[in-house]
Design a protein around this ligand. Structure first.
Ligand code: ADE
Length: 230
């Protein structure tokens, strides 16, 4: 196994399907990616399955209690250390391609999905090594964010993509957006594929694609060219 990802969640049902299709499914079948989803209620503090409680100081919204999370983390750690224990949270470091590249080279990750008002700060202080946000908006829980992170990482694990699906030319790999792409027919409803793509000249095609990438990035994401997203 190249990368083993464990996910802690109160809603395991939400994560039943996202990893069972397309590239991630292939990655699992090739034995390069392992994903285990653990229901946090397994480590609940009582027979009612309680894992959250009111927050000290008052205010609306429940907080995920420290004990179930600590027990889960400690149990899973007995199988071996995690390279990173990642808490999915809107106040974390914003996910980008460079982070995904780095995480795809790790061996074992634990993702913690928050719910309600989030998890008790002491768990963040004591166990969490990294906090990741998938963007500046608030989701109802960390599950969909974890699914996004696993997808972004999983496809980058060495050996998962072949030449045809290579990530080398993805948007963001060089801080550039990807160029436009076309398929058959060469003329569709009066709209033509740029001649250069039909020229059969690999050098010219490569130069054209690079130029298109630059143009697109300048127009849509000038911040990438200034290196702000590094
Ligand atoms: N949980 C709720 N919103 C989130 C976000 N934007 N990123 C990561 N985890 C989250």
């Amino acid at each position: 196994m190249s990368l083993q990802i464990d996910i802690l969640t109160v809603l395991p049902e939400l994560l039943e399907s996202p990893f069972n299709h397309s590239i991630l499914k292939r990655a699992k079948e090739k034995g390069l990616l392992g994903i285990r989803v653990h229901p946090l209620r397994k480590w609940a503090v009582n027979d009612y399955g309680q894992i959250d409680d009111y927050q000290y100081g008052g205010g609306a919204g429940m907080v995920m209690m420290p004990e179930p999370l600590a027990n889960a983390i400690e149990t899973l750690s007995q199988e071996g250390p995690f390279d990173d224990i990642i808490y999915m949270t809107p106040d974390g470091e914003r996910l980008n391609q460079k982070m995904a590249n780095g995480l795809s080279l790790k061996g074992r990750l634990l993702l913690i999905c928050g719910h309600y008002k989030g998890i008790d700060q002491r768990i963040r202080d004591k166990y969490v090594t990294r906090e990741i946000s998938i963007g500046d908006y608030v989701l109802s829980g960390g599950e969909l964010a974890a699914a996004v992170l696993v997808d972004a990482i999983g496809r980058l694990i060495p050996g998962v993509l072949n030449d045809e699906t290579s990530a080398l030319f993805d948007s963001f790999q060089d801080n550039l957006l990807a160029p436009p792409v076309y398929s058959r027919p060469a003329e569709w409803r009066g709209l033509k594929v740029p001649d250069i793509l039909l020229s059969g000249d690999p050098k010219k095609i490569e130069d054209w694609r690079h130029e298109q990438s630059l143009q697109r990035t300048r127009q849509r994401r000038p911040d990438l060219l200034e290196g702000e997203e590094d």
